[in-house]
Write a protein that binds this ligand. Structure first.
Ligand SMILES: *[C@@H]1O[C@H](CO)[C@@H](O)[C@H](O)[C@H]1NC(C)=O
Ligand SMILES: *[C@@H]1O[C@H](CO)[C@@H](O)[C@H](O)[C@H]1NC(C)=O
Ligand SMILES: *[C@@H]1O[C@H](CO)[C@@H](O)[C@H](O)[C@H]1NC(C)=O
Ligand SMILES: *[C@@H]1O[C@H](CO)[C@@H](O)[C@H](O)[C@H]1NC(C)=O
Ligand SMILES: *[C@@H]1O[C@H](CO)[C@@H](O)[C@H](O)[C@H]1NC(C)=O
Ligand SMILES: *[C@@H]1O[C@H](CO)[C@@H](O)[C@H](O)[C@H]1NC(C)=O
Ligand SMILES: *[C@@H]1O[C@H](CO)[C@@H](O)[C@H](O)[C@H]1NC(C)=O
Length: 518
């Protein structure tokens, strides 16, 4: 007669690793004292309360032995318990299991196909191990599954099409398995309960299937850093629950579908580093929840849509390294949540007409390497937290607005290779956070202001290739952090100051009219 269930079960808290690995490895070890006759009742509590913190482990008699032991076992949570070895196929005999979690261990070997016999399984967590081989085809038989997490293993092979039979599956996370190959199967559209689809950092290839649009509940699609190619299907506009779309670092081509405008809950749109072409769809202006747009490193053309100015929650707008034309839309002044604007490396032209006084949270404005004209906007000084401004390699004219140097947190001001003229304002000495200052390749005149000596944090100063005159101020010795000083190709005169910052590593004052060193 088999021992009653009460004596076959013991409840252990999850940290009892000294016991647990031995169980899974099938090696008998003594049970800790607290596993006693009361254990069955505790197992009842654990199951009834649906609590997953406790670890229920089966045993026969006083010695814990192999796993295929307690057919009544419902929950087996051995996450983060330093398990080694392979997953015992006998786990497939625990017919009552609803939750199996052996994540965050050092398990090796394949996922035993026997696990696909666990007809009551709702949650299967195998993530963060060193599992190899393919996802078993039979996974599609686990129709009760709501959560399947396989990420961060060494799995290979295709995603079994049978997965489409998992109508209750809410979370599928299989990313971080670089050897996983083949397409995202069209059958995925059958997973009608899916809220999270994670296949990032895998070798999945081919296009996203049109059936993706059937995922009406999906909130997050994370398929980045893969071999995905082809177009983003228009049908994605049917995924109206989507909040986060991460498709960056793929080989996606074709245009960004205008249907994205139907995604009224979309907050994060990351499509950077693909081969996307065509215009940025103005329809994105309808996605009022958008906080982060990154379309950098594509081949997008046409203007930055003015409709982006209708995104009150937009914090980061990253459009670097495309072929965008037209002006930076002044409508962006309405995006009062903006912290970052990065539109560098495009073909943008015209004047910068943003009303920066409305962008109180802006900390970073990069528009370098465009064809911008007009002046450096003095309004930038009205963004109190501004940290970095880079407007280099444009065709900006006029003088450097002295107001900029009132920015207490400005560390980086790069205005090189423009057509700026006038004096270097003495107010520069107020901008004590400055770390990197490059004004080279302009038409600046007058002297190097002595106030520069106040800049104790300044590390890199380049004013080369201008029309500066007069001596190098002795006060420059006050720049106690200065490592790089480039003043070459000006019309500086006098001799080098007797003291230079001791931190200096590189100095270039060539092509001036300095007196020979004494
Ligand atoms: C797992 O092993 C590490 C390193 O030996 C140890 O620090 C940690 O406490 C162990 N974790 C458990 C749950 O036993
Ligand atoms: C799935 O279940 C069916 C019916 O129970 C069975 O015939 C089939 O072999 C199972 N498939 C796999 C791959 O285990
Ligand atoms: C899904 O998207 C496609 C393309 O945008 C559209 O033609 C179709 O009507 C949509 N289907 C549903 C059910 O919304
Ligand atoms: C900002 O939005 C208002 C309406 O919301 C609009 O009238 C105005 O033109 C917009 N401003 C800019 C600079 O686009
Ligand atoms: C600006 O930032 C602060 C602090 O992070 C935040 O509380 C505030 O809501 C932001 N303002 C806007 C308009 O987003
Ligand atoms: C400047 O930076 C400091 C330190 O990070 C921060 O506490 C402060 O709020 C910033 N000032 C402004 C005006 O944002
Ligand atoms: C704009 O600047 C680039 C170099 O940054 C220069 O080659 C080009 O001639 C300038 N264009 C005009 C119209 O000044």
């Amino acid at each position: 007669m088999p021992p009653p269930a009460a004596s076959r079960l013991a409840l252990l808290v999850r940290r009892l690793a000294f016991f647990v690995p031995a169980v899974v490895a099938g090696v008998p070890v003594p049970l800790p004292e607290r596993a006693g006759p009361g254990a069955a009742a505790m197992e009842g509590v654990a199951a009834a309360g649906g609590r997953r913190r406790a670890v229920v482990v089966a045993r026969v008699g006083p010695q814990p032995v192999r796993m295929p032991l307690a057919p009544s076992l419902k929950t087996l949570v051995l996450s983060g318990t330093n398990l080694t070895g392979t997953i015992p196929p006998q786990l497939g005999d625990l017919a009552a299991l609803t939750e199996l979690d052996v994540s965050k261990n050092q398990l090796t070997g394949a996922i035993p196909p026997e696990l696909c016999r666990l007809a009551k399984l709702e949650s299967l967590a195998l993530n963060s191990n060193s599992l190899r081989g393919a996802i078993p085809d039979g996974i599609g038989n686990l129709t009760g599954l709501t959560h399947l997490t396989l990420y961060d293993n060494e799995l290979s092979g295709p995603i079994p099409p049978g997965i489409g039979g998992l109508k209750n599956l809410q979370v599928l996370r299989a990313g971080g398995n670089p050897g996983m190959k083949g397409p995202v199967p069209a059958e995925i559209g059958g997973c009608s309960s899916l809220t999270m689809l994670g296949l990032a950092e895998t070798g999945v290839s081919g296009s996203l299937p049109d059936t993706i649009g059937q995922l009406k509940k999906v909130e997050t699609i994370a398929i980045y850093t893969t071999l995905l190619s082809g177009r983003i299907p228009e049908s994605i506009g049917n995924c109206t629950a989507l909040t986060s779309l991460y498709l960056y670092q793929n080989s996606l081509s074709g245009p960004i579908p205008a249907s994205l405008g139907q995604l009224r809950k979309l907050q994060t749109l990351l499509l950077w580093q693909n081969q996307l072409v065509g215009a940025i769809p103005p329809e994105l202006g309808q996605c009022k929840e958008l906080t982060l747009i990154d379309l950098s490193l594509n081949s997008l053309t046409g203007p930055i849509p003015a409709s982006l100015g209708e995104l009150p929650n937009l914090q980061q707008l990253q459009l670097s390294t495309n072929q965008l034309t037209g002006a930076i839309p002044p409508e962006l002044s309405n995006c009062t949540s903006l912290t970052d604007i990065e539109v560098d490396n495009n073909q943008l032209s015209g004047e910068i007409r943003i009303d920066f006084s409305r962008l109180r949270n802006l900390t970073l404005f990069y528009a370098w390497k465009n064809r911008l004209t007009g002046r450096v906007p003095a309004g930038l000084a009205e963004c109190p937290g501004m940290q970095a401004v880079d407007l280099s390699y444009n065709n900006l004219t006029g003088s450097i607005p002295k107001e900029l140097f009132g920015l207490q947190n400005l560390t980086k001001l790069l205005l090189l290779n423009n057509e700026l003229s006038g004096l270097v304002p003495p107010e520069i000495g107020d901008c004590t956070s400055l770390y990197r200052l490059r004004l080279n390749g302009n038409r600046l005149s007058g002297t190097v202001p002595a106030e520069i000596g106040n800049l104790k944090s300044l590390n890199f100063l380049d004013m080369s290739d201008n029309h500066l005159v007069g001596p190098i101020p002795a006060a420059i010795s006050g720049c106690a952090s200065l490592q790089f000083l480039d003043l070459h190709s000006n019309a500086l005169s006098g001799s080098l100051p007797d003291t230079l910052p001791r931190s200096l590593q590189l100095i270039d004052v060539s092509d001036n009219q300095l007196a020979p060193a004494r």
